[in-house]
Design a protein around this ligand. Sequence first.
Ligand code: FAD
Ligand code: NAD
Length: 463
Amino acid sequence: MDVHRHDLVVIGGGPGGYVAAIRAAQLGFDTACVEQDKSLGGTCVRIGCIPSKALLESSERFHEAHHAFASHGIGVGELSLDLERMMERKAGIVRQLTGGIDGLFKKHKIARYLGTGRLDGPGRVVVEGDTPAALEARHIVIATGSVSAPLKGVELDGDRIGTSTEALSYPEVPRHLVVIGAGVIGLELGSVWLRLGAKVTVLEYLDHILPGMDLEIGREADKLFRKQGFEFRLGARVTSARRTAAESCVVEADGIEPIACDRVLLAVGRRPNTQGLGLDSVGIVPDKAGRVPVGENFATAREGVYAIGDVIRGPMLAHKAEDEGVACVEYLATGHGHVNYDAIPAVVYTQPEIASVGKTEEELQAAGTPYRKGAFPFMANGRAKALGQTAGKVKILAHAQTDRVLGVHIIGPRAGDLIAEAAAAIEFGASSEDIARTCHAHPTLAEAVKEAALAVDGRPLNL
Ligand code: FAD
Ligand code: NAD
C-alpha cells in the first residue's frame, strides 16, 4: 500500500473536522481529511442540526397554516400534508450543503479519503474501506464526533424504536410517539411530529425538562409546551421499550403504567465516538465518559495528536466543534488559538425558541456571585405583537458590582438569533449598561434585549 504524506490529517468530516481542515489549508498546511461516510458534514449536516431544522421549519408552517393564518384574515381551505415532499425538501437542503463542503475541499486542495480512519502508531493513520490507504502526518486531529447513547432495556430496531436518525425520516406521522428524554433532541423532534398531528408523550427521568437550562426559563418552556399538546411524564425513568407487534411498541418506566405507542424515539444523550479508532496504538486512554482527554490547546497525551468537538469535553454543539477546530489548527500554525467557553451560546429550536449564553441564575447562586437581574417580556415588544408571537422573555444577569454581563437567557421568537448580541457582549466583556446604551432598531425583537438590559438597572422604558 502506498504511503501518502501530509502535514495534517483530520479524522472525521463533521463541523469540527471539515472546518479544521479548511482553516489548516488556509494556513498553508498540506491537509487531508478521512471521513467514513460518502458525504462530508458529519452528524450536524447529514442527520442532526440541518435536517432537524428543515423539518422544524416545514412543520411550523403546517401548524401555522392550521392555527395562525385565520387570525391574519387568511383562509386557506382544507389543508393537506405531503410528508414525502417535506422529506424531499429536507434531503435537498442536506444535499446542497454536503455538496458545498465538497466544493470547499476542492477549492482549498484538501485531500479527501473515503473510509474509516484508524490510528496506527505515532504519526500514522490507516484508512480502511473501498480505497484503503496509509497516511503519515506530523499533526493528527481526531474529530470523530458522537453517536446516540443507548439505554439498557430499550431494544433499538432501526424502525419503530429508534434514535433521532429514524425520527428525521418517519415514513408517516406516528399516531402516538413516545419520546424518552426531555432534552434538546426530544423537544425539537417531538415538536416536529406533534405539529404534524402525532400524540407525543415525553418520559423524563428528572423532575424538569431541559436539564442544565436556567430553571425559570425551563419552567416557562414547560408551561408553553404543555399548552401546545406535549404530554410530559416527569420523574419517569424508562427501563424498557420493545416491539409488541408490527406497528406497536410498549415503553415501561418507573412509577407509571406501561405506555403503548406506535413509535419510540430514544433521546437520552450522545456518547463520544472512538470505536475502532486505534487510540491504544498511541497510548491514549478515554476518560470514564468515553471522551478523548485533552489538555491545553486540544493536545492529547500523545504528542502530535489533537482532538476537538463532540469527542472531547464540553457541550456537544456544532459551533463549539467548529471553533475548536479553528483554534486547534491556528495554535499549530501560530502558537495561538482561543475558544471562550463562557461565551458559547446554546439554542433549542422549538416554538418559541430558547437560547442562552453564559451563567444560569442557579450557577451564579451556587458560586456565591452577586448579581442583578433584568427581564423584559415579549408581550410588551411591538414587533412580537406584529408577529403574533408574544410568549416568553429576555432575562439578563449582570454582576452586582461591575455590571458585567454574566448570563443571558431568552425564550421567545427568534431567540436563537437574538442570542448573538448577548454572546458578543460577553465576549467583549460588556456591561448591561453597554447594551442598554446601544441603539437598537425599531420595531425589532432585539429591542427586548435592550429593555432587559435597562431593567437590570430598574429603568425599562416600555414596562
Ligand atoms: P460529528 O458531526 O459527529 O462528525 C464526526 C464525523 O466523523 C462523522 O461524519 C463520522 O462519520 C466521522 N467518523 C467517525 N469515526 C470515524 C473514523 N474512524 N474514520 C473516519 N470518519 C469517522 N448542534 C448544534 O449546535 N445545533 C443544532 O441545532 C444541533 N442539532 C442537532 C440535532 C440532532 C438530531 C443531533 C443528533 C445533533 C444536533 N446537534 C446540534 C449536535 C451537533 O450535530 C454536533 O455537536 C456536531 O455535529 C459535532 O461535530 P463533530 O465534528 O465533533 O462530530
Ligand atoms: P440531552 O442530554 O439534552 O437530554 C437527555 C435527557 O434524557 C435528559 O433530560 C435526561 O435526564 C433524560 N434521560 C436520561 N436517561 C433517562 C431514562 N432512563 N429515562 C428517561 N429519561 C432519561 O440529550 P439529547 O436530547 O439526546 O441530545 C444530545 C446532544 O445533542 C445534546 O448534548 C445537545 O447538545 C445536542 N443537540 C443540540 C441541539 C441544539 O443545539 N439545538 C439539538 C439537538 C441535539
